[in-house]
Design a binder for this molecule. Sequence first.
Ligand SMILES: [Zn+2]
Length: 395
Amino acid sequence: MLTALVNQKIFTTIHFTREDLKRVRSDGMQFQCPYCSSGLILRIGNRNVPHFAHVSHAGCIVEKENESPKHLLSKQLLYDRLNSLYKNVKLEHYLKEIKQIADIYVKTDDREIAIEIQCSTIPIPEMEERTHGYHRNGITPFWILTQSLKRKELLKLSTFQQAFIRYSPDLHYFLLHFLPEISSFHLYTHLYPVSNSRFLTEAPVTIPVDQITLPFTIPNASLQHPNPFSAWNHYRMKWIYNKLNYNKTGRDAFLREVYGEGDTFLYLPLYIGLPVIPHGMMIKNHEVEWQYYIWKDSLKKCGAFTVESVYHGLNKRLIEGHIELRGLPLIKIEEGLRNVVRGYLSLLEGLKVIERTDDQHFQQTNTWSCPNHFSAFEKHRHDFFPKWKHILKKV
Ligand SMILES: [Zn+2]
């Protein structure tokens, strides 16, 4: 922690140089924990940000906080920046009503904001609970992820890191990542999953900490949109082969259903497993899975169907546990799953797999048949791609 009590007054290491702090320490100044009143020691190393630590850790609320060097440095950098912008900025601010310590608390003319810097992985329900706690008290939480991320051609995110994904109509699904070691944020925009944990995105935009404001605004809109449509089939096939490889035991429920229907998994039509931009993100399962369910539950029956009936079919799959939503606690999108269904049906309509019969109703243009051998699949490919290219032009 960066704050302590000295004679019942808040003392913050940030306001002093290392030399000042060393002098204060050798003068024998006594530091107390603001939360549990027990004694604190002042640590002034060469690498780490000077900070306080408990002499003994018996049952203090701060114990739960991760106080890695990265966390301390993040707190210091963000505090310095926000303190230069706003009058009322507090470090390690305890909120009695919800028994939580906000890393940084900012009160502007019209808002209260709690900055939560997260270096360690915590359970997502805990993150949700803390978020609700803030909201109940009229405070907007701002979660900041500082864990290292892995990125090659794709950005790899753990379930916990995915929980920091947010949404805006301009940036689509985006992730703001803080790198205290370079005093900057990296902003990854237009994220789109190609598997459970891998995402397409362009190289991140770097935003120096001394340019950030609250609410967060993106300094220049020179953002590149990745084009998931062009790469989708490569990743779709990769996913299919992986699934086949890992299912040597034959226990995969999805594959059992496909085989039970007499369909060939390797030759599923190409319109099963399409990227539905942007809200396809919401479903954790691969598109092949949930789109196959839609086809089986709604389209195959040859009768007319509506967005509503397809949505209800998909929702039933959700309730039965065949599909799962991605854990995105910072995103509240009304009608999320309905939007996914709408997006998918409009792709199918563009590909002339389905057609409108009136305002509300659709039907399949041809009776379904899954290619059952390679040459039939090749013919399907040959028919599919010109139509797909036509759709690409419109995107
Ligand atoms: Zn304490």
